[in-house]
Design a binder for this molecule. Structure first.
Ligand SMILES: Nc1ncnc2c1ncn2[C@@H]1O[C@H](COP(=O)(O)OP(=O)(O)OP(=O)(O)O)[C@@H](O)[C@H]1O
Length: 275
């Protein structure tokens, strides 16, 4: 399997052609607390094109979640602005789906009703969302578990349901905050493959926070390294390696190119600045 396939718009995927560039323009952020003002982000300025898979790494507390919350529209920056196409990001919108470390499924709803929750809340007709929900359950491998309650699923299956719940709203952008952080290593690797397969199929723009450099290099087309707080982007690295395009996951992880990228990114995090 290719590590970083080229992203091209397919004729059958409307989102590949209608999705818009995300711009983060000179964004800084301070949290005001009773004791002090904490600067979480400092002058983040970047553009992300439709279909990019952007992994964000950096030391704990460097502002990764703060940035993702702004992309989601949960938080307004103190300085600067974020836009999608020509529209400023000022509030949550189904066009940007969010997946957290904890799946946060509604325990009183079965898997199918968790997945169709968004469309139902927007009063979309069942005839309209029904087929899409089944398609998403199929896509994440949960078609046979649609009637189950969340507590009957493993952690990995719950996270798949959370991904389906985000995808069913047909977002252009998927915002993922350490989605596999709480999973065991085997489940994590399996879900990485599934996420890559979904990404190749749907061509979403993905922002993916992780503490794992290996995961970032494996999944991303681009890796951003943030400095310790206040977070700045100290490395913006294209991690597409043409030589690895047709390699298997094992070959990718064992390759010299992969090791070099991992080393460079880990060193940058360690030093807190560009190498
Ligand atoms: N609501 C808040 N009020 C005050 N300070 C906050 C708030 N949320 C975050 N912070 C502070 O802002 C900084 C950045 O936090 P953030 O959660 O964005 O970092 P992070 O890189 O996602 O951390 P981690 O990797 O540990 O999840 C931290 O120092 C944190 O303590």
């Amino acid at each position: 399997m290719s590590m970083q396939p080229e992203v091209t718009a397919s004729a059958g995927d409307a989102h590949a052609t209608t999705a818009e560039r995300v711009a983060i323009e000179h964004v800084s952020h301070w949290y005001e607390t009773n004791a002090e003002n904490i600067q979480a982000l400092s002058d983040i300025d970047l553009r992300v094109e439709p279909g990019e898979f952007v992994c964000i790494v950096g030391a704990s507390g460097c502002g990764k979640t703060t940035l993702l919350q702004m992309l989601a529209g949960f938080l307004t920056p103190t300085e600067g602005r974020l836009t999608m196409g020509s529209e400023p990001i000022t509030q949550p919108d189904p066009v940007r789906g969010v997946v957290f470390q904890q799946p946060n499924l509604y325990p009183w709803l079965n898997v199918r009703d968790n997945v169709n929750f968004g469309p139902r809340m927007r009063n979309e007709s069942k005839g309209s969302y029904g087929p899409r929900v089944e398609q998403m359950l199929e896509l994440v491998g949960l078609a046979d578990f649609a009637e189950r309650a969340p507590y009957e699923l493993s952690g990995g299956m719950q996270q798949r349901a959370a991904i389906a719940r985000a995808l069913v709203n047909e977002p252009d952008v998927l915002l993922m905050d350490e989605p596999f952080g709480a999973l065991d290593a085997l489940t994590r690797e399996r879900l990485q493959e599934e996420l890559l397969a979904i990404w190749r199929q749907t061509r979403k723009t993905v922002f993916f926070i992780t503490h794992s450099v290996e995961e970032a290099v494996y999944l991303g087309t681009r890796v951003l390294v943030m400095s310790p707080r206040p977070g700045r982007v100290v490395l913006d690295r294209d991690v597409r390696v043409p030589a690895l395009r047709d390699a298997s996951p094992q070959e990718v992880r064992a390759s010299k190119e992969f090791a070099e990228l991992r080393e460079e990114i880990a060193l940058t995090i360690y030093r807190g600045s560009d190498v």
